[in-house]
Design a protein around this ligand. Structure first.
Ligand code: WT7
Length: 651
């Protein structure tokens, strides 16, 4: 976002943590200093001590970091634990009757679960999985609406040592199939549907489609009754959730697994090829999710945290399904769209359920900001004490609105930088300590050695000079590998700097105070409404259409979504001219069908051919400049067909 880059470079407002917040904060300035000092003095021992105090081990570990196969790092290797035990059983002793989940469905149904009830539900479902023969190491794909049972399913997998892979309910049947097959899953957990924007998302229908077209590994499908719609059930394969848990015991001895046992896979887009299954560990991941929930969200047992992310994304793993439960807080889950039935829905939920910590994405903030200040003013937001932002750079204008209108000027804002791969928040203010600047994620957390480097891997120390965002030392919640493709793991994250630095794929700069400002991706990855999309995936989807010969996808800046998809396409036969609206819609729907609605191009431009160098490479930077309406600074003299530029511009 060019506009954002300009405004952040001139942004000079600094917000010290509000004194009232500081007085109550869990982590004070001296605590943070001590943590940083301990981490700097002996990083491994720093993590070992935290792992000992924060995790309940079945068998304590003696090895902190095994780096023999670096950069395939392994943490706490000889320890044994169970993640679900750490999230649920630990609470039973003291906080059994505290609310774990407050759920609101889009139609308005509200349901609450105490830790005792959640524990019982998880055990019953875990027993159902076991009864069906699902066990340690089996892969289970979860394709559900954002309802408590999604968390129950994840926790139940963790309880028996099965590896879950949640697929966002907005993804298409084809995307689901691709992920099931890559993971080799034997079980899918879905629902008859979910509610979204007043419509029904037909999850079971998509599951059936995926399974008809492939997925030979799947022998079991659990179906949660959510909407009550009639769905076909395949005898022997499909089981109703409510029937499967009938008569199952409310206790289930946790399966003790190695620290490195994979807790889950989560597919995310890269610049090339198919989505990659990011593999996370059990102990290291749990440690990261739990610690950051406490450090960054300042969570106490009386807090009501609402992280609006779906469990289909990493944010919904770390700050819905795992971190807040491990930290013993209460979480709010909401099934539906932010603007259903109107743009006041989020704020009404905050007021009604007494939300104290609210964590969402800039795209939602911008969309709701556009609707004006009157809507939030109608609801009681006085309980909110902390606000968070994640997923993409937040522009200072949206930050200020969030601060003023939602936070009433009294709440710190934590702008948290991290990734599917990092497992937990990496760069973020500590709300009771760090002074914030609109648009900056400020400083790395203790134990996270983030840096900005040039092409040779040298630290860029000059203020405001850009470079690659890297992490210099391994950290416990880091990804372990890409499922089934360790070469791609090495190539994507480590090759650039000879396996010495983890390359995040973002560019960033640091100001004179040492605050980090994320500038965006350096690869061909788009960030649309906080969701990662690979240009190549969308291009492949487009060329799969019978009338499309070639496609190139770039992004342009978008007022609400941050970035939107801009596709240049070359048709088989003549270029469509005149009114192309119908055909554009057909292509958009086609992409939605192939990938999911979030990948739909906002702009489609037809051309006779694409700008290529004489060696045949598509000139993406040129296309990006055209899509963004920028003046072209690239050297176009190497273009095979310079005349094409006018046509690409839409003239
Ligand atoms: C990419 C990771 C981490 C959960 C959500 C997205 C961008 C993330 C920020 C932020 C600027 C951010 C980066 C990153 N990003 N948080 N606070 N400021 N950019 O997870 O799909 O794995 O995407 O999102 O580009 O690399 P993800």
């Amino acid at each position: 976002m060019k506009k954002n880059i300009e405004s952040v470079l001139t942004e000079s407002r600094v917000f010290a943590p509000p004194p009232a917040f500081v007085a109550e904060a869990r982590l004070k300035a001296h605590d943070l200093t001590a943590l940083h000092q301990r981490a700097a003095a002996d990083p491994q021992n720093f993590w070992a001590e935290l792992a000992r105090t924060e995790i309940a081990w079945h068998t304590p570990f003696t090895v902190t970091l095994d780096d023999r196969a670096a950069p395939n790092f392994r943490w706490f290797t000889d320890g044994e634990l169970n993640v679900s035990y750490n999230c649920l059983d630990l609470q039973l002793a003291q906080n059994a009757d505290q609310l774990a989940i407050i759920f609101e469905g889009e139609p308005g149904d509200v349901r609450t679960l105490t830790y005792r009830e959640l524990h019982a539900d998880v055990c019953r479902f875990a027993n159902a999985l076991k009864a069906r023969g699902i066990r340690r190491g089996d892969r289970v794909v979860i394709y559900m609406p954002l309802v408590p049972e999604a968390v129950v399913a994840m926790q139940a997998c963790a309880r028996i040592g099965a590896i879950h892979s949640v697929v966002f309910g907005g993804f298409s049947a084809l995307s689901l199939k691709e992920r099931i097959e890559d993971a080799g899953a034997r079980c899918v957990i879905t629902a008859d549907g979910g509610h979204r924007g007043g419509n029904i998302v037909e999850l079971k229908a998509a599951t059936d489609k995926a399974l008809t077209e492939g997925c030979a590994s799947v022998d079991t499908v659990y179906v949660l009754r959510r909407t009550g719609a009639t769905v076909p059930m395949q005898l022997g394969r499909d089981l109703w959730w409510h029937e499967a848990i009938e008569g199952q015991a409310e206790v289930c001895e946790p399966e003790w697994v190695d620290a490195e046992h994979p807790l889950f896979l989560l597919y995310t887009s890269g610049s090339t090829g198919r989505p990659k299954g990011i593999q996370h560990s059990s102990a290291g991941y749990l440690l990261g999710a739990k610690l950051t929930s406490r450090w960054v969200f300042d969570l106490r047992s009386d807090d009501v945290l609402w992280c609006t992310a779906d469990v289909g994304w990493i944010t919904g793993h770390s700050y819905v399904a795992y971190g807040p439960l491990a930290a013993g807080a209460t979480l709010v889950m909401y099934e539906g769209a932010p603007t259903y039935p109107d743009g006041g829905r989020f704020w009404r939920i905050c007021g009604q359920h007494g939300v104290t910590v609210f964590y969402t994405a800039p795209t939602a903030i911008r969309a709701l900001m556009k609707l004006g200040d009157e809507l939030p003013a109608k609801y009681d937001l006085s309980k909110i004490r902390l606000l968070g932002s994640v997923g993409e750079p937040i522009n200072p204008e949206a930050w200020m609105w969030y601060h003023r209108v939602i936070g009433g000027g009294r709440c710190p804002i934590v702008d948290t930088w991290w990734q599917t791969e990092t497992g937990a928040i990496m760069i973020s203010p500590i709300p009771g300590v760090t002074s914030t600047k609109p648009g900056s994620c400020t400083q790395p957390l203790p134990g996270i050695f983030a840096d900005i480097v040039d092409d040779e891997g040298r630290s860029v120390t000059m203020p405001d000079a850009g470079g690659y965002l890297v992490i210099r030392k391994p950290w416990p919640s880091m990804l372990r590998t890409i499922w089934g493709d360790n070469d791609r793991y090495l190539e994507t994250y480590w090759k650039k700097f000879q396996h010495r630095l983890y390359v995040a794929g973002d560019s960033a700069h640091r100001d004179a105070d040492g605050c980090f400002w994320i500038m965006g991706r350096i690869d061909d990855v788009l960030n649309v409404a906080g969701h990662r999309l690979g240009t190549m995936e969308i291009e492949s989807a487009l060329v799969a259409h019978p009338r499309i010969a070639e496609a190139a996808v770039v992004s342009r800046q978008h007022e609400i979504k941050g970035e939107s998809v801009f596709a240049f396409v070359v048709c088989r036969g003549a270029r469509p001219t005149g009114d192309t609206k119908e055909f554009e819609k057909e292509l958009r729907d086609w992409v939605a069908e192939q990938l999911g609605a979030i990948a739909k191009p906002d702009d489609i431009r037809f051309a006779d051919n694409l700008p290529k160098t004489r060696s045949g490479k598509i000139m993406r930077r040129l296309l990006r400049a055209i899509a963004r309406g920028e003046t072209i600074t690239q050297d176009v003299s190497t273009l095979e067909n310079p005349a094409i530029i006018e046509q690409l511009r839409g003239h």
